[in-house]
Design a protein. Sequence first.
Length: 133
Amino acid sequence: LRPGGGLYLASFSGSQVGIFDANREHVSSFGDGLDSPFGIDVRSDGSILVTSQNAGVYYAYNEEGRQLAVVDVADCPGQIRNAAVDAGDHFWVACHGAGRMVRFDADDQEVARFAVGSPNGVAILPHWPAAGD
């Protein structure tokens, strides 16, 4: 969801991210030429994070669609699926092909990973992470 209403929509076949207003009207798009965008979420600062299913990376954009970073998801070759941002602005990436979840901090540094069989989707409980997680 976009701050102030509306949403961002990653288009796997369109290779870009669409911006829609609160009335579900298409406003604009960004990220032309993304390599198979798949998972998408927004951090508390408004930055938009988009996983690439086939490139082993995720992209960070500002609210206007200007690319801020390309972040390598090490040892996650292909088949990156969905992702989610938690209350601490950590970004959780589901590495389907590698059978693991990878957690990045708000500075896009990997801070944790754990094995899980072929993850596809991820959702974060509202109270997580708790202190010490």
